[in-house]
Each structure stands twice: as C-alpha cells, then as structure tokens.
Design a binder for this molecule. Structure first.
Ligand code: SF4
Length: 366
C-alpha cells in the first residue's frame, strides 16, 4: 500500500500553499522569467547552470546584446560566442549549445516543443530538457537540479545518495503528484525558488516554509543532514605549457576537439613543440579547480628572436597541424575584445604576466 506522502490527496493542500507562497515571494523579477522566447530561456539555462545567478545574468545580457536572435548567434559564429563569454569557464557546454542552435536555424528556426525534441539536441541533458519542457510548454517534468533534489529529499526524508537513478525516480514521482493540481511551469519555478530562498543548503528556514507540515525531514529534525550527496573526487593532472614570445608577440594555439577547452585558444602544451627553441627563463605554477579535475599548470617562459618565433609558428601549423596565432603582448593586461576566446585560467596567466615586477625585463630580447 502507498504511504500517505505518496498519494495525491495528501499533497493537494500543500500544492496550494506552495503556489500562494510562490506568488508572494517567488523571484518573478528574474529577467529570463519575463519572456517566453525559447532562445532567451534556453540561453539562460546554458549560462546559469552551476553558476552564481548574478554572474550568469551578466553573460546572458552580454549575449543578448551581441546576438539578439538565434540567427544572429549562428551568423556571428562559435568564436564570437566564446569571446563574448570570455572567462565563463565551461566552453564545451557553450560549444554544444552553438551546435544545437545551428541545427535549429538550419531547420527553419523551429524550436523544439516537447521534452523529447529538446533532449535530442546536442548538449541538452535530462535537466535542461525537463526545465525547458516544463517552463515553456507546461509538460509534466521535474528538472532535478541541486535545489530541487534538496527540497525533494527533505520532504521525503530520503536518506540515500540523491544522485542515483533510484532517487531520481522517487523525486519524479513526487513531481507527478504535484503536477495533478497546477501547471508544471508554476510548480517547477516554485520548487526552484523554495530551494533557493527557504530550503537552503545550510540553515533551512522551516518556520516560514509553506510545506513544513508535510515535510518528513522537518518532522524528524534531520533537515540539516539532508540531502546525502555523492562525493566528488577530483583527478589531479599537471599540464606543461609554453609561453613563447619575442619583443612584441606571443604564440597561442586553438585547442582541438579531443582536448580540454576544445575550440578555445591558449598556450601550447610543451610536448608538442617541435624542439626547445629557447631557454626556459622562468617557471610559474597555477592551481585551477574544475568540477572533476584539479589542474596544475606549469608554465615556462621561452624567449626567442622574432625569426625563430615565426618559424616555430609555421612549424606548428604544418607539422602539428594546429590553428596558431601570434598575439600582441600587452604591458597592461585587459581582456580586450580582439583577443581570441580563451578559458579563465589563460586570462589568469596573462594577468599574472602583466603584473610581474620584471615584466619589461622579462620580454627584453637578450
Ligand atoms: S520544512 Fe524545512 S526542510 Fe522541509 S522543505 Fe521546508 S525548509 Fe525544507
């Protein structure tokens, strides 16, 4: 027999309370919530996932200014998208978004209208398909981001890892009960906002929560112990990079499809330089944390006369078959629009260089 918390009749009054709370306290002023344009909503999901909301919105506004429509985005090209989003940190996701946008435009700018159609696009996973299908088309899908998993786990006092298929089935089941009484777009946004504003990771505000009397974790006093998550163990990798320069320029390459930061530009890896073209003059190490990796960059300065830098550039183009550019050195570093699209760590390296005390001596050819 079903437990009461798994029946629709149990939840009916709480759905009403949740929606009342949402009408009064929900984040209706979020700019992407004020449009039903699928391009703008989709772009928001791409840019705001796993990012602080202010940070994501900054990129969202910049993208809409540079590419007001999906056609304008595709016309402008992937490189320009990377440039506008310089420093965002997840370029693979952006690159897949660009592929998917190109596909939509190629098909006459017909946006998907169902979960399955969204899910079929490159880079659109379960979460993104669910949130777009629910908020744009009122399809009954609960997008399981961190906020929603936390609220659901606490409501059900779900004490196992919330990142398993079994947990997802339980939470989806809960969503289906809610969807019987209101439009999925409202339920989903109310759930997300409840997680962000009330049922916070630390310090859940149970006393003002519209679902308090239904919440099993609150009843048992275990809300602070939930949700149970998988632990991420980061793989440690060390990358050796070369900063090859003459008096005025330095060399950057475009990373290939099979590499980290595919499609972006940055310093070449040392192993692929045809030979040691200069003497290592200075070394610097940077630590950089990605979701699944702890990367240690070991950067070496290789100073060389212009003729050698140019022959190295030619050699990399032909022998290593790289897209290569020589970029002007900047005594005072800034993220100029004419820099090719680079990952965040690359900007850190360049900023470090420009602040080095002996910067001018560093670039003086001996
Ligand atoms: S009662 Fe507390 S733990 Fe339960 S959903 Fe509300 S805020 Fe979260």
């Amino acid at each position: 027999m079903n437990k009461p918390i798994h029946t629709a009749s149990f939840w009916k009054p709480f759905v009403d309370r949740l929606l009342r709370w949402y009408r009064q306290h929900g984040r209706h002023d979020l700019p992407f919530r004020q449009t039903r344009d699928p391009y703008q909503r989709w772009l928001a999901e791409v840019l705001l996932q796993q990012t602080r909301i202010e940070q994501g919105l900054k990129y969202w506004h910049a993208c809409l200014k540079a590419f007001p429509t999906i056609e304008a985005l595709v016309r402008a090209g992937r490189e320009r998208l990377f440039q506008v989003c310089a420093g965002i940190g997840y370029y693979r996701r952006l690159s897949l978004f660009f592929d998917a946008a190109s596909q939509v435009v190629k098909q006459g700018t017909q946006f998907p209208t169902t979960y399955e159609e969204w899910r079929a696009l490159p880079g659109v996973g379960n979460y993104m398909a669910a949130i777009l299908a629910a908020t744009l088309h009122d399809e009954p899908y609960l997008p399981l981001d961190g906020n929603v998993r936390r609220v659901a786990a606490r409501l059900l006092a779900y004490s196992k890892n919330v990142y398993t298929r079994r947990a997802e089935k339980e939470f989806e089941q809960l969503g289906k009960l809610f969807f019987q009484f209101a439009r999925p777009s409202q339920i989903v946004e109310a759930f997300i906002d409840l997680g962000a504003l009330v049922c916070r990771p630390r310090n859940a505000q149970c006393r003002v929560c519209p679902l308090m009397n239904a919440c099993q974790a609150h009843r048992q006093g275990i809300q602070a112990q939930l949700p149970v998550r998988r632990t991420i163990s980061r793989q440690k990798v060390q990358l050796h990079l070369a900063f090859c320069h003459d008096e005025q320029r330095f060399l950057v390459v475009q990373y290939r499809e099979d590499e980290l930061w595919a499609g972006l530009w940055g310093l070449p890896f040392i192993e692929e330089l045809p030979s040691r073209q200069g003497r290592p003059w200075m070394r610097v190490r940077f630590d950089h944390l990605l979701t699944h990796r702890h990367v240690i960059f070991d950067v070496q300065w290789l100073q060389m006369p212009s003729a050698i830098l140019e022959s190295l550039t030619r050699a990399m183009r032909t022998k290593v078959q790289r897209a290569v550019q020589l970029v002007n050195l900047r005594p005072k570093y800034s993220r100029d629009a004419d820099l090719p699209g680079m990952p965040a760590w690359m900007h850190r390296v360049l900023a470090y260089l420009s602040q080095a005390k002996d910067f001018h001596a560093l670039f003086r050819v001996g």
